[in-house]
Design a binder for this molecule. Sequence first.
Ligand code: HEM
Ligand code: ISQ
Length: 155
Amino acid sequence: MGFSETQEELVLRSWRAMKKDSESIALKVFFRIFEIAPGAKQMFSFLRDSGDVPLENHPKLKSHAVTVFVLACESATQLRKTGDVKVREATLKRLRATHANAGVADAHFEVVKTALLDTIRDAVPEMWSPEMRGAWEEAYDQLAAAIKEEMKKAA
Ligand code: HEM
Ligand code: ISQ
């Protein structure tokens, strides 16, 4: 099953629409993650160590979430071009280290996927469609697979 130009466009178009609000969208992804899996809060060092500082005041939170979106967009482009997702070696090594240290397990990737999809749906309701959902899922799943595989290698 290939990844079409139309699918790539669905991912990129929705990200272009969301980008200007990336701060609030980043927050929403996090809130959704912690709604689905409250325990996941403990994994994030900047949340664990910061007492009662509200979530919206964590600068790292936004940049992490934006990177997730950007990497998923890059995945969509690679899938369309090559049918495969290759994450840059240095990035993959860094992601492996961060996530292995934080104790991220395979099941968590499903939580983050659901949080991401719910957030996109709510951010661009006028664009949202089963096709858009499918395109994001595929881009995310392949990216997640690359990270999970790297984490297993290191274990
Ligand atoms: C950190 C991306 C999945 C939890 C990060 C960072 C990025 C990132 C870019 C910033 C640090 C770095 O660059 O290494 C991704 C991507 C994912 C993914 C692309 C899936 C495709 C997950 C999942 C969890 C998770 C499933 C589990 C809930 C964390 C934690 C940190 C982190 C705990 C460290 C935050 C800290 O303490 O500074 N992730 N992530 N990530 N991610 Fe993910
Ligand atoms: C995965 N890892 C770190 C931060 C994130 C923020 C939003 C969605 C997924 C994430």
